[in-house]
Design a protein around this ligand. Structure first.
Ligand code: NIG
Ligand code: FE
Length: 401
């Protein structure tokens, strides 16, 4: 069924259980949460949806993805299994640049079709808002193509999409040895043009030895600041570049990966109210052993989000619940932390805290009914999809009551 044809969720949702195990009900009027509370205090309604005791959570938010790209990179998976590191593959001309070739060759419609199939997996598991980055085009024409596809995906599937311009993801081959020239192009031409076309909700940079320096990162942040666009950063994934502290000074929405984040970086993020986005799928795929500083982030009160980082190189993952499971098992998050990580804190990492990540009066109706007894089961099972139904943008978009 297409999203437009899916039934309205308006009415009173009864016989639900909240994350704390309490019985609850939700009233939806004109696609928005009009009331929520204990069932015996529920307002009268002619339409009723019987949740049959289902656990209910806010709609999930996947706050870091590279969903739109051509091709795949299973060959690099094999190379890494044979002993090559991610950096070695990248320096040998593989890595991000190989996805750039395939993305440039693909038409907008090809990219839409392949990304739609991937998006459908995430939506069926309860995702109601998603961030989609560019970064596999690396020229105005091809970055535009990726961002246009991201916007089309949101309209076609009835899901909130936040677009992030990641022109500074890798150096395109035609700029080999001319990193500064490419950074200038990103800042002076690509970003202003794409912003003028309404395609950029946020700006990101891959700040790393194999990507962009701290100074180049700051140049991109300054260009974003001039245009009033919020920033985020792929920070300290492979080494400590000091990127997180820089990003926090620019009021970044989030710093993502952060396996090599220092205490100074943690403190800067706490001071800047920057969300830490944990990406256990990339950590797992790269067989990383350097854990992000979870205890320090927790102690400093930095909100932690968890995301798929879906991309063809380091995280070909299409399950946010599996990421919650990995965040617990690999990173030692508690179950409530993991659940907040794929809902409330993920919404905040996108600046969407007023509309997503919670079931609150006035918000658009985005929530998920699960065939589970206990909230801990959300992070416990993996490889199954325990969804009864998903209410997205005020419609029963997946499953049925
Ligand atoms: O988030 N770290 C940089 N960017 C992506 C990987 C992109 C790729 O390898 O294609 C990431 O892991
Ligand atoms: Fe990423």
């Amino acid at each position: 069924m297409t999203f437009d044809a899916s039934p309205s969720a308006d009415g009173l949702w009864t016989n639900l259980r909240s994350l704390d195990g309490q019985p609850c009900a939700i009233a939806v009027v004109d696609g928005r949460i009009a009331w929520t509370g204990a069932p015996d205090a529920a307002p009268a309604h002619t339409t009723r949806h019987d949740g049959q005791g289902a656990l209910v959570t806010p709609g999930l938010v996947d706050c870091h993805t590279h969903l739109v790209y051509g091709g795949q990179r299973a060959n690099e998976f094999a190379m890494r299994l044979a002993g090559a590191t991610y950096e070695e593959v990248a320096r040998a001309g593989g890595g991000i640049v190989s996805s750039v070739r395939a993305t440039r060759e693909a038409s907008e419609d090809d990219l839409f079709t392949s990304a739609s199939a991937r998006l459908q997996s995430l939506l069926a598991e309860g995702v109601c808002a998603i961030e989609i980055k560019s970064g596999y085009g690396l020229s105005l024409e091809h970055e535009r193509k990726q961002l246009r596809v991201a916007r089309r995906l949101g309209e076609a599937h009835g899901v909130t999409v936040r677009t992030t311009f990641l022109g500074a993801h890798a150096l395109p081959p035609e700029y080999a040895g001319r990193s500064q020239d490419y950074t200038d192009l990103v800042c002076r031409e690509m970003l202003p043009a794409l912003h003028a076309e309404g395609l950029v909700d946020a700006v990101d940079v891959f700040c790393e030895r194999i990507a962009f320096s701290l100074a180049e990162t700051e140049q991109v942040f300054q260009a974003a600041q001039v245009l009033g666009i919020p920033v985020k950063l792929h920070a300290e994934q492979l080494s400590d570049m000091g990127g997180a502290a820089l990003a926090a000074r620019y009021g970044a929405l989030s710093c993502d990966h952060i396996e090599h984040l220092s205490q100074e970086g943690v403190d800067a993020m706490a001071a800047g109210c920057t969300v830490a986005v944990l990406l256990p799928g990339a950590y797992y795929t790269l067989r990383d052993t350097h854990l992000p500083p979870i205890a320090a982030l927790r102690a400093a009160g930095v909100p932690m989000a968890v995301s798929t980082d879906h991309n063809p190189g380091t995280s070909p993952a299409l399950s946010l619940l599996l990421m919650a499971n990995m965040a617990c098992t690999l990173f030692r998050l508690t179950v409530p932390e993991a659940i907040a990580g794929i809902t409330t804190h993920a919404a905040r990492a996108l600046g969407l805290q007023a509309t997503h990540g919670a079931i609150a009066v006035g918000m658009p109706a985005n929530f998920v009914l699960w065939t589970l007894q206990d909230a801990a089961e959300l992070a416990y099972w993996f490889g199954q999809r325990p969804v009864r139904c998903v209410v997205r943008q005020g419609r029963i978009a997946e499953g049925a009551v």
